[in-house]
Design a protein around this ligand. Structure first.
Ligand code: NCD
Ligand code: ZN
Ligand code: ZN
Length: 407
């Protein structure tokens, strides 16, 4: 007898099935069957409810340390859980930055103590192969290059080639020129480089990457954020505009549409939030701090795109769940026997509007304020444990993805 059976509508391997029984034993899914089967404790999904795999977000900034006033590991990963995201990969531009094996080790111990969801960490630009190898041993999932690091691109490509450390790039040059940076990067990389473009936002950039992907092969990966997929500069209202500063900046409607179409064309590999909280004061001040929170609404926003007929469910789950889990090498991202029971129950019969006041993130604003959604997170399971059910139910328990094993 399983610990729990969840019975109801679910998407299994990209296919919507009206009645499925998902059995959970300990941390894992022990069986998936059509119809109602088995006996023992049962969670029967209501009408309008839908069971999906939870998401893996490859691009988050949880702040903490000197910037705990913006966000900390606990609040940031609580926001993740509330948004149906049970694995996150952190970016290294913390204060102080994660730019050495020692800083990485410290970050991992903070995460072990405070994270609600499972996690991985990118390191910042490392100059020594030895350090990159050490960071890999500690479990770093990649090395992130920021615009200011691109001057020394050749050095970092060398470190990456010699250590086997994958690269992630924030491609922007002089005055937020993404296409120019993408062009420069594509001219320098080789077919065997493993490189992921973060938050791609311009049609021109994606077109160049598409050509290179065909030519160079599969080791180029592309992330897109919900804000670049769903918002454009032209469409913002007064209120959203006030807090919409982000890097890369929101683009035109044509750019937005082209990036969105890249999801079905498969040139966009991952949807990632780029959850980047600041205080409201920092957003509205002269400085216009770039970035905003996104973890709580990414999955409901994208699911609404499916419910309203603009995206296939199989595409959506591939970009939000399956592909990012594969990138991290963890058995998550699908409802499959042997995979961790990382699951979300959504209510797809409600209409609700985003209200950042309710965010668990410390940053309580969003350029999506007031947007109407057709999907709401009801319950979230992390490795078989109910961690969110309208409110947060745990105080920690997130694990480093390196500890997660194939079943
Ligand atoms: C990010 C941040 O605030 O850390 N801001 C942003 O606008 N995206 C940095 C980044 O991802 O480049
Ligand atoms: Zn960036
Ligand atoms: Zn970022």
């Amino acid at each position: 007898m399983a610990d729990l059976r969840i019975v109801g509508r679910a998407v299994v391997d990209g296919r919507l099935i009206d009645e499925v029984t998902v059995e959970i034993d300990g941390e894992r899914i022990s069986s998936v069957n059509v119809g109602e089967v088995g006996s023992g404790p049962r969670l029967l999904l209501g009408k309008g409810q839908l069971l999906l795999p939870s998401a893996t977000d490859l691009h988050v900034h949880l702040r903490d340390w000197n910037q705990a006033y913006k966000e900390d590991v606990f609040t940031g990963t609580s926001a993740a859980a509330a948004g149906g995201v049970t694995t996150v990969a952190e970016m290294p531009n913390t204060s102080p930055p994660i730019r050495s094996p020692e800083a990485l080790r410290e970050r991992l111990s903070l995460l072990a103590a405070r994270a609600i969801v499972d996690y991985s960490v990118h390191v910042g630009a490392l100059e020594k192969v030895k350090d990159a190898k050490r960071a890999l041993e500690l479990g770093a999932c990649g090395m992130k290059l920021y615009p200011e690091d691109l001057e020394r691109l050749e050095d970092y490509l060398k470190v990456s080639r010699e250590s086997g450390m994958r690269l992630v790039v924030h491609a922007e040059l002089e005055g937020d020129d993404e296409a120019k940076a993408v062009k420069m990067l594509l001219s320098r990389i080789r077919a065997d480089d493993d490189i992921r473009f973060a938050h791609i936002s311009r049609a021109e950039s994606l077109r160049m990457i598409e050509l290179a992907k065909e030519g160079l092969g599969a080791r180029i990966k592309v992330e897109a954020t919900p804000h670049h997929l769903l918002l454009s500069e032209e469409e913002l209202d007064e209120n959203s505009r006030r807090i919409s500063a982000v890097r890369p900046p929101l683009a035109s409607m044509a750019d937005k549409q082209y990036i969105f179409s890249g999801l079905e064309r498969c040139s966009v590999d991952f949807i990632a939030s780029d959850h980047a909280p600041h205080t409201l004061e920092e957003k509205v001040s002269e400085r216009r701090a770039p970035g905003f929170p996104g973890l709580e609404i990414m999955y409901p926003l994208m699911l609404t795109e499916w419910l309203e007929g603009r995206l296939k469910i199989s595409t959506l789950l591939k970009k939000l769940c399956k592909a990012p889990a594969e990138y991290l090498g963890i058995p998550k991202g699908d409802i499959r026997k042997g995979f961790y029971a990382d699951l979300v129950v959504f209510d797809t019969s409600v209409r609700w509007s985003i209200s950042a006041r309710d965010f668990l993130s410390k940053a309580k604003y969003t350029p999506f304020e007031g947007r109407k959604l057709s999907a709401k997170v009801v319950s979230v399971f992390r490795r078989g444990e109910l961690v969110y059910n309208g409110c947060l139910l745990v105080k920690g328990g997130g694990m480093h993805v390196r500890e997660l094993k194939h079943g």
